[in-house]
Design a protein around this ligand. Structure first.
Ligand code: KIV
Length: 261
């Protein structure tokens, strides 16, 4: 069953929301088969798949490519697409870019920061919006936790409320103290999705490469459920060794002569 935007509103205080990122068709296929209700095609793709230093290099064309691949792999899963850096700087620009990502397969769009006019415009034009506050990587100068001072915590809490007022139906809280995430979750009516924001959010999102252990760095708050990078390394080594030693491929002529084929 494919979830719709309203289902997530109803899940607040009822059922924790599990969200994973995906960027490719085969991973999206697995996530759909697992029954995860929502996939985020995040601009983290720039760092974990494309090798950029930040998410700022990601373009709308990159996002179209990845969202369409994920949609082909997960035709029945709710997909949130990220509006990448500088594609949402004013309401009209954001709308034309949002339409491109919806055409690629997104059900809704996520954008970073308190861009109230942009959020309100997209929502008024029928595009559901997910907000994002706390650490916002498109503008951050580092990846340290934010919201540690009273002033910063107050700003982030106000930002979350104003993003809700602008019309967002969900909000991602990234890398903030658990106590602040708990306070925001209690204060807003829309579901909060935490990443590095403690256990008291309405849901949790993980970057799939972090969850898979695919990469050479992952944030301290992520969890590695597997070590796929290690498996890839081992497969590549064994394959190269078998080609060099003529173990692979098996010699078909010999099999044929022995009547095995
Ligand atoms: O781009 C992304 O994957 C994100 C998550 C880290 C929430 O914004």
């Amino acid at each position: 069953m494919k979830y719709c935007t309203n289902d997530f509103l109803q899940m607040k205080n009822a059922k924790p929301i599990a969200m994973l990122t995906a960027y490719t068709c085969p991973i999206a296929r697995c996530i759909e088969q697992a029954g995860v209700p929502v996939i985020l095609v995040g601009d983290t793709v720039g760092m974990v798949e494309m090798g950029f230093e930040s998410t700022r290099e990601v373009t709308i064309e990159h996002m179209e490519y990845h969202i369409s691949a994920v949609r082909r792999g997960a035709p029945n899963t709710y997909i949130i697409g990220d509006l990448p850096n500088n594609t949402d700087t004013d309401p009209e620009k954001a709308l034309s870019n949002a339409k491109r990502l919806v055409a690629a397969g997104a059900d809704s769009l996520k954008l970073e920061g308190p861009k109230h006019e942009v959020i309100a415009h997209l929502v008024a034009c029928g595009i559901p919006v997910v907000g994002h506050t706390g650490l916002t990587p498109q503008t951050a100068t580092n990846f340290k936790k934010v919201g540690g001072t009273d002033a910063d915590a107050k700003r982030i809490k106000e930002e979350a409320s104003s993003i809700q007022r602008a019309g967002a139906f969900m909000i991602v809280l990234e890398h903030i103290p658990a106590s602040l995430a708990m306070a925001i979750t209690a204060a807003v009516e829309i579901p909060t999705i935490g990443i590095g924001a403690g256990a008291e959010c309405d849901g949790q999102v993980l970057v799939i490469n972090d969850a898979l252990g695919l990469g050479d760095y992952w944030p301290p708050f992520s969890k590695q459920y597997a070590h796929i990078g290690q498996s890839v390394l081992e497969v590549a080594k064994i394959f190269a060794k078998e080609v060099e030693s003529h173990e692979f491929p098996e010699n078909i002529l010999d099999f044929a002569r022995a009547g095995k084929h």
